[in-house]
Design a binder for this molecule. Structure first.
Ligand code: GTP
Ligand code: SPV
Ligand code: MN
Length: 592
């Protein structure tokens, strides 16, 4: 398949370690994909879904102990602990290789090792990077074929001496005591063993595009971010692009595929989906920031997705989609909580047990049909709102960067940072309630700077400094905003309808980018004048909007204290710019 000496040697070394029975190269063809699908169905790894209702769709269940990213088993293996910083788990490269080798040793006996050459970004673009994943899981192969550009075209581009990221994965025995997700930035290498779940094993995604990607980005002068990218076509035909960072399961996929609400449709808006999870961004010759989505598919959260909240997602997942850990219905179709239609009278749940609606477990809690982090894997190409610029090598120009989290109380619906540096502070101090996308206590508020806490491959203090520098390198940096769709009332009900109605907030953001509207200066940034948010067709009173935009000084002063504690852990690595911004925020909060 290749005359690339280093690639061949690396594959040989991995095969010697893992001892597969055979090695199969993935060429990216439909014919090979069909063979693999059939094989996965024979072994029971996948179940073919009803070909009339869901053509080309397959069902997969992961092990019950393997349903989300395991951040506590994810390590950055740099020469020193300081390189990884206080927010990452760290192991020395020697220890990492030694520990994981023990688990990889012979782990592919009786199995096939698949070789997947892939490109992040359009093959051959200045943004793009090539990786090769070795895996013993057909499920991983079938997902990668959807998620990234794979196969022969990539190998051709790699040639005989091109650079590539080495991604080694084995399910081994799926024992969470013998599971490690290791990153070796100095060697451009990822080793993942003992898991079969999404972000732990689709190594192009969080491991390469973000953890190693953020390293490369700093070295080479660009940004690798956990961001969606969407284009908003305005009534006059102009398309403005925004990039937004929200933590896992906080609405990126949904915003990226937004459908304009009734009240705004008549204005003639149209949405173009560029990406839903990862943005690679560079400063172009015009001094502006340009972005590509390095992926080619979606690995999105199923529960909560339905034709009302997001018709574009529902249209995307009707064919050629892999469903993981949702409820399987008797007619080989799928269902999930808060999806379309009534719960089916019976089915098989994500654990593989018989399920009926209203079932309770031994503690009296409802038994869910789908795991809360159940996901669909679907090609971007199938999305009705997909961009026509997917394969454009130069990407799309970014007008605004939006940070956001799940905050029941503190953060208002939207505000604008005073400057790039203040915007970096806003991103660096983001906090959000934990979701089911990773193991840990759900609902607990944690700081998740730029939604990159689990994905920044180096010291986050240095990352903040780098972000500040990027702003100085641009002639016309994007304006920076913060949003919160999740503010609740005293009964815990969301105050803002969210989803399509979020366009009302984007509309204000774009108007601000063009200096068309006045903002109201507040201690935390510019807020909208309530009358500047177009509520046409929405049953929401001005009072509720005022509440959504309220800034509670006492609560923010408590936040300042918490931020100071959070910043303290970075020591000398924290740029002065951010401590200055914290002091300014405190001053604005304490003066009238
Ligand atoms: P990852 O793929 O984990 O990085 O997550 P994501 O940010 O793409 O999250 P996604 O869009 O899949 O949203 C996850 C959850 O947030 C789902 O349960 C959605 O129903 C819910 N959600 C998304 N947008 C909104 C919104 O505007 N308002 C409310 N209330 N919920 C939302
Ligand atoms: C996330 O958790 O942010 C995801 C899913 O997008 S995973 O691919 O598992 O990281
Ligand atoms: Mn994500």
């Amino acid at each position: 398949m290749t005359d690339h000496v280093e690639l061949k040697k690396w594959i040989d070394d991995c095969a010697t370690l893992c001892q597969p029975d055979k090695i199969v190269w993935i060429d990216g063809s439909d014919a090979q994909r069909d063979v693999l699908r059939a094989e996965a169905c024979e072994t029971g790894e996948m179940i073919q879904l009803n070909p009339q209702k869901l053509p080309g769709c397959y069902y997969h269940r992961t092990a019950v102990n393997d349903v989300a990213r395991t951040e506590h088993l994810t390590y950055i293996c740099t020469p020193t602990k300081a390189d990884a910083g206080p927010t990452n788990n760290w192991m020395s490269p020697e220890e990492g290789y030694a520990k994981a080798s023990e688990i990889f040793k012979g782990s592919m006996r009786g199995r096939t090792m698949y070789v997947i050459p892939f490109s992040l970004g359009p093959v051959g673009s200045v943004f793009s990077k090539i990786g090769v994943e070795l895996t013993d899981s057909i499920y991983v192969v079938l997902n990668m074929l959807i998620m990234v550009r794979c196969g022969e075209e990539v190998l051709r581009k790699l040639g005989t001496d091109g650079e590539f990221t080495r991604c080694l994965h084995s399910r081994a025995d799926l024992d969470d005591k013998r599971r490690l997700i290791l990153h070796f930035p100095e060697d451009n290498t990822v080793w993942s063993v003992g898991s079969g779940y999404g972000g732990n094993v689709l190594l192009s995604k969080k491991c390469m595009a973000l953890r190693l990607g953020s390293h490369l980005a700093r070295r080479e002068g660009w940004l690798a971010e956990h961001m969606l990218i969407l284009g908003i076509e305005e009534p006059n035909g102009r398309i403005e692009y925004v990039a937004a960072a929200f933590p896992s399961a906080c609405g990126k996929t949904n915003l990226a595929m937004l459908v304009p609400p009734e009240g705004l449709t008549r204005k003639g808006y149209r949405i173009w989906t560029v990406g839903d999870d990862i943005a690679w961004m560079r400063i172009d010759t015009d001094g502006g920031l340009w972005a590509v989505n390095p992926e080619a598919g979606f690995f999105g959260v199923a529960p909560g997705t339905n034709s009302k909240t997001n018709p574009n997602v529902m249209a995307t997942v009707r064919r050629n989609t892999i469903f993981t850990n949702v409820l399987l219905r008797p007619g080989k179709t799928v269902w999930w909580e808060h999806g379309d239609g009534e719960p089916p009278p019976q089915g098989t749940d994500w654990r593989g047990n018989p399920w009926t609606p209203g079932m309770l477990d031994k503690d009296g809690k409802p038994v869910l049909g789908a795991h809360p982090n159940a996901r669909f894997t679907a090609p971007l190409e199938q999305c009705p709102s997909r961009t026509f610029r997917m394969d454009h090598h130069h990407g799309v120009p970014i007008s605004a960067i939006i940070f956001g989290g799940r905050r029941a109380r503190l953060a208002p619906l939207v505000y604008q940072a005073y400057s790039w540096q203040h915007g970096v502070f806003v991103g660096a101090t983001m906090a959000s309630e934990r979701t089911a996308a990773q193991y840990g206590k759900i609902g607990e508020v944690r700081r998740d700077p730029m939604a990159m806490l689990p994905f920044c491959g180096y010291n986050m203090g240095d990352y903040f400094r780098y972000w500040c520098q990027m702003g100085q390198r641009m002639n016309n940096p994007p304006k920076i905003f913060h949003v919160n769709w999740f503010r609740t009332d005293d009964d815990g009900e969301f105050l803002w309808p969210g989803y399509g109605d979020n366009l009302r907030v984007l509309e204000w953001i774009l108007a601000r980018c063009r200096n068309e509207l006045e903002g109201v200066a507040s201690p935390i940034g510019y807020l909208p004048r309530p009358e500047d948010v177009d509520l046409t067709g929405l049953d929401l009173s001005l009072d509720v909007l005022r509440e959504l935009l309220r800034v509670d000084r006492q609560a923010w002063l408590a936040e300042v204290e918490d931020i100071a504690k959070f910043f303290a852990q970075f020591g000398d690595h924290l740029p002065h710019a951010l401590s200055d911004e914290l002091a300014s925020l405190q001053r604005r909060l304490t003066t009238a």
